[in-house]
Ligand binder design. Structure first.
Ligand code: FE
Ligand code: FE
Length: 191
């Protein structure tokens, strides 16, 4: 179902996902499966993606209807459930949210989101930083990925999905809470 390039990308994402799962204590087998399948609908005609989404009973918001970029993630999750018989909710939601992210992401969701950004075939400006962050912290890599995506969408005059905004806000709030905690610790040490 994929072009040769997309297939190569999918294999690379699966490989990166396994590395991240090993590094951060995730399930390597689920990581491989979700990585391999995450873009399964991306090369399908938009009409077909929409049909699969509708058949799965998903009602698109007006914003989603106009945001074709997110269709392949929704259609992909629906397709692997209905046609490939994948019932694992963790794999399904990792595919479902790999494009936008969301607030309250699971470990596997983060692994797939980040693996998609650091796979071997990626060359965008910032990929080295993203890879470096992913060496030590899923949260820092997630935040960098969301910042990068949201900023580039805005620069191109494109819509930003609310799930991405909610994800970003959650990451920022958590980071601020951690920083304050760190600072209080420092203060305690000084007094
Ligand atoms: Fe994708
Ligand atoms: Fe991808």
């Amino acid at each position: 179902m994929l072009t040769p390039d997309r297939f190569a990308h999918s294999l690379n994402v699966a490989e990166s996902a396994v590395l991240l799962a090993e590094r951060f204590g995730g399930d390597t087998s689920k990581a491989y499966t979700a990585g391999l399948l995450h873009d399964i609908m991306k090369d399908a005609p938009k009409k077909e993606q929409l049909k699969i989404i509708e058949k799965a009973g998903i009602i698109l918001s007006l914003g989603e209807r106009h945001n074709q970029k997110v269709w392949h993630a929704m259609a992909g999750a629906a397709y692997i459930k209905a046609e490939l018989g994948i019932g694992d909710p963790e794999i399904l939601s990792a595919v479902r949210y790999h494009t936008t992210g969301r607030a309250g992401m699971s470990l596997l969701e983060k692994i797939i989101y980040i693996a998609d950004y650091i796979s071997k075939d990626r060359t965008y400006n910032g990929v080295e930083k993203m890879r470096r962050l992913a060496e030590t912290s899923l949260e820092d890599a997630m935040l960098f990925g969301q910042e990068f995506t949201i900023v580039s969408l805005i620069q191109k005059g494109r819509v930003v999905h609310p799930d991405s905004v909610n994800c970003y806000n959650e990451l920022i709030e958590r980071k601020r809470a951690n920083d304050t905690e760190g600072a209080c610790g420092e203060n305690r040490k000084n007094t």
